[in-house]
Design a protein. Structure first.
Length: 255
């Protein structure tokens, strides 16, 4: 039975995080809207719309809203990279969000810290079914594809072991985390936080408001530490693109 996803929106921040997907689309059609190219077509049998949001929460929110309102997607997956803030989550691992929080939201003392004002919540849960399917897809990618898709030299360069697939809390903010102080502050605020990035929780809020199921999957590019800026760029170029492509291909093939 095909996956019950009538029209899938796939967002990434950077083109490297979506490399290969559009090349594999059947009958791709591109429409430019508000400075972004939305490419619609069939991805391994699933009607899909791919788009690059660029970096940050505003960019991601605008993109998600346009996907829903203008392009009629029924589900959204955000795929990209993140920094790890948990000792058990290594570079090359995969994190699927159970929930997301905007870690830079702070309207205190008017509203509790981290709560989205007037919405009454800080944490946004991702869709269970979509996240389960992504988890299964990521598992198959790790078991069967990753060794073939990531060059051995790159696996050595980044000291990649067999990736583990984690599920848990992801934090998003308009901030690239690259040092111990912010890492510690974030972990104190959210002891269960696994990874940080700059878009997911904004997409989560938009999807929550529209009632559209969504999921976020991230490959860990760096340790959100001093080495993060260097590790991030290299990893995105050489590794992350293969992960996103491989996992989305497995997701579409689940049905
Ligand atoms: N995306 C990837 N690494 C990140 C980091 N360290 N901080 C924020 N977003 C990221």
């Amino acid at each position: 039975m095909p996956l019950p996803i009538p029209r899938l929106g796939i967002i990434s921040a950077l083109h490297q995080e979506q490399a290969g997907l559009i090349d594999n689309m059947a009958q791709p059609q591109s429409v430019t809207r508000a400075m972004r190219d939305y490419v619609s077509g069939q991805l391994w049998g699933i009607d899909s719309v791919c788009v690059l949001s660029r970096i940050g929460k505003t960019a991601a929110a605008a993109t998600a809203a346009t996907l829903i309102e203008r392009f009629g997607v029924t589900h959204i997956v955000f795929t990209g990279v993140a920094g790890s803030v948990d000792a058990g989550v290594a570079v090359g691992d995969i994190v699927i969000a159970d929930a997301l929080v905007q870690h830079d939201m702070n309207a205190a003392p008017l509203f509790p810290r981290f709560e989205v004002p007037l919405l009454g919540q800080a944490l946004f849960s991702s869709d269970r079914h979509l996240s389960d399917w992504l988890f299964e897809a990521a598992g198959r990618f790790v078991a069967e594809d990753v060794d073939k898709m990531v060059a051995e030299t790159d696996r050595e360069l980044f000291r990649l072991h067999r990736p583990r697939v984690h599920r848990g809390l992801i934090g998003s903010g308009d901030e690239f985390i690259h040092g111990p102080q912010r890492r510690v502050e974030l972990r104190e605020a959210f002891p269960q936080l696994l990874a940080v990035e700059m878009e997911g929780a904004a997409v989560a809020q938009v999807c929550f408001e529209f009632g559209v199921p969504f999921a976020v999957i991230r490959t860990i590019s760096d340790g959100a530490d001093e080495a993060a800026p260097r590790d991030f760029m290299q990893f995105v170029e050489r590794v992350a693109s293969r992960y996103s492509f491989g996992i989305v291909r497995r997701l579409c093939g689940l049905g």
